[in-house]
Design a protein around this ligand. Structure first.
Ligand code: FMN
Length: 342
């Protein structure tokens, strides 16, 4: 039987035991301080004991105004390191790797008393405040915040970083012509819209070691006429690849409001496949993947290097164990008693 999602995969410092990655998912369970608490520890430990090969921690804000809500995790202060370190050490005990998604909500920050920023002064929807169009000074501040976030992530022991460039948050807002209407060198052409994220990556690379993987999550399709498609995103990936992005986590949408997405199993895989093929870079694909056979089809047909699982892992932390049992595959990286469950 083909090993499919149970094949190993290596990239830089990552020697993954299988192809299944836990997708970043905001839990909104911090207490208005960005701090990790028991909930986060239990939540992530359950999934790692469930057999995923890597976990990408939820979007974690590099500055307070970069939070989506006041319950987001944060990494804007030294005080955040200790709690993150505990989660990292727990995950690593089980032979899995752990990354952190460094994020900035941009115009999608919904916190009442924060000033919100974006590439242009256009609100996401009627329910959101109008952001302030970022000055060059503010862009500098955000770049430093990403760099400092990366430095703290290193100190906390993370194996990799994923920069959040998807779903209409700040970096994604710069990339899309639907949310970026700037008239300076950061708006207009595709190269100009990519400039800010390139500068953020350069800052992160100042502190993030060359031998550790650096991933980027993108929305490879805006679902609106005039927005980005996989074709534009592949051109963007070609640019950021030169800056040291090693892996692309391909998502879609959430860049503008009121868009109805026809989501079906594997609906975002064609975007991942296109980027893998055209940019010659490893990709993570996903979106409504719920069965091992779906994952096997993607991996064995070389449409993606890794798959991410989101919602299915919320209802079944032991998805990987269950899929291993169906195939009678022994997993030697779990607590030994768990092997008896397979
Ligand atoms: C509760 C929840 C929180 C999420 N938070 C994030 C996030 O922090 N960062 C991100 O890039 N995507 C986030 N997503 C999107 C998921 O990573 C994933 O792309 C999406 O759920 C589709 O995959 P699925 O069909 O396997 O759930 C979130 C999704 C859910 C359900």
């Amino acid at each position: 039987m083909t090993k499919g999602i149970f094949k190993e995969f290596s990239l830089k410092n990552l020697n993954l035991k299988n192809r299944v990655i836990m997708a970043p998912m905001c839990m909104y369970m911090a207490e208005n301080d960005g701090m990790v608490n028991d909930f986060h520890y239990v939540h992530y430990m359950n999934r790692v004991i469930g057999g995923v090969s890597a976990i990408i921690l939820e979007a974690t804000a590099v500055e307070p105004r970069g939070r989506i809500t006041d319950k987001d995790l944060g990494i804007w202060d030294e005080k955040h390191i200790e709690g993150l370190k505990k989660v990292v050490e727990g995950i690593k005990k089980y032979g899995a790797y752990v990354g952190i998604q460094l994020g900035h909500a941009g115009r999608k920050c919904s916190i009442e008393n924060e000033t919100i920023i974006g590439p242009s002064a256009i609100a996401f929807s009627d329910e959101y405040k109008e952001p302030v169009e970022m000055t060059k000074n503010e862009m500098e501040e955000v770049k430093v915040a990403f760099r400092e976030g990366a430095r703290r992530a290193l100190e906390a022991g993370f194996d990799f970083i994923e920069i959040h460039g998807a779903h209409g948050y700040l970096l994604s807002e710069f990339l899309s012509p639907l949310s970026n209407k700037r008239e300076d060198e950061y708006g207009g052409s595709l190269e100009n819209r990519t400039r800010f994220i390139v500068e953020v990556i350069k800052e992160v690379k100042k502190v993030w070691p060359e031998d550790k993987a650096l991933a980027l999550r993108v929305s490879a399709k805006d679902y609106v006429e005039g927005g980005n498609t996989k074709v534009e995103m592949a051109k963007i990936i070609d640019i950021v690849k030169k800056e040291g992005i090693d892996l692309v986590n391909v998502s879609t949408g959430a860049v503008v409001s009121d868009v109805i997405i026809n989501a079906y199993p594997g609906y975002q895989v064609p975007e991942a496949e296109y980027i893998k093929e055209n940019c010659n870079i490893p990709v993570i694909a996903g979106g409504l993947i719920t069965t091992g056979d779906q994952g096997t089809e993607i991996i064995e047909n070389n449409r993606a290097d890794l798959i991410f699982l989101g919602r299915v892992l919320l209802r079944d932390p032991y998805w990987v164990l269950n899929e291993a049992k169906k195939r009678n595959i022994k997993l030697d990286y779990l607590p030994s008693a768990y092997e008896r469950g397979i």
